[in-house]
Design a protein around this ligand. Sequence first.
Ligand code: SF4
Length: 401
Amino acid sequence: MRIAAHTLGCKLNYAETADHLRRMAAEGHEVVDWTAEADLYLVNTCTVTAVAEKKCRAAIRQAHRRNPQAQIVVMGCFAQTAAAEIAAMPGVTQVLGNESKPLLSYSGASRNDRTRTFFKIQDGCDYFCSYCAIPYARGRSRSASIEETLCAARRIAATGAKEVVLTGVNTGTFGQHSGESFLDLLRGLDAVDGILRYRISSIEPNLLSDDIIDFVASSRAFLPHFHIPLQAGSDHVLRLMRRRYDTALYAAKLQRIKQAMPDACIAADIIAGFNGESEDEFRKTLRFVDSNPISYLHVFTYSDRPGTAAMRLDEKIPVAVRHEHTRQLLHLSEQKHAAFIQSQLGKVRPVLWESTDHQGHLEGWTDNYIRLRRPYDPQRVNTVEPLLLTRDNIAKEAAST
Ligand code: SF4
């Protein structure tokens, strides 16, 4: 069969789709581009916002239009939470729940680029933040053992990938049900031969212990790049969200990171327009982001997720205000990111060059997640080179997820 796949949502989904395709290719099926005519379309879905769900429906309709005879298999979080609705869509032949996804999986960062790999080490979440449907869609937190995870990391090293991004739904809870710890996993991974760099794709602030920060600072391969969900810079809103930290704890983590790694890049997620977030509370978020060493933001516009506790909160923020707050946060993010890059000019940072030819240029990420470019040179692909940061070698696409 010719198989095409389309993935929506997080890096975890990308790792899982790649794993499915790898297995199907090993069984002799041909993997074709999503835009090609295929016999089976695989759509890996996301339920994080109403917009994400809309895109999932659109992808399913697209596949059905492209080949009305094709099988369409839908998996992922939206498939889990809206199975009946999806099963009734024209062309859909199978809806798979998240339990059909492998516990450990990995994928190349982009097509034909084997330099960076997303490695899923954990799935599910027990936190039940009030706005989030993921614990319902993905189930309880679970992970393989450290030994099994290290075996998978050695297999990744054998593919030649030099950089590994550790992904999960709530990565910091790795091992919590088996008595193993995330920090011990990091220590084990640091000793795996062949992998030069690790990033932790995201970690909850309350799980980012000082021991983990100190370990990253002194490790061989863990990079000074953190992604720490903030969601709001107001303690009142954080309580409404049922988050497990306050702004004081978050700020303390940032200070600790910057003391140990002054050039670290720190990204934060923010939700704009959460129920109950008054204009005053929103101003607190702007001030908190502005006054703390956050390098840039991932901004999500709030939408009610069916079945979540936040839906029952009374004070709904008008959609136009949610979008206005989103715009202001994105603007602040651009300013923060420009200031971060400015702070790095004139410094030498190691960059891992990717393989794609960008119109005569190589591109790659520094350890602290700045996108650089240089004239194309095949000898440099998949190697790490120290480079002086100047205005001229910063790539246009400065930072993304
Ligand atoms: S930590 Fe909160 S936001 Fe993150 S997946 Fe778990 S419930 Fe959702």
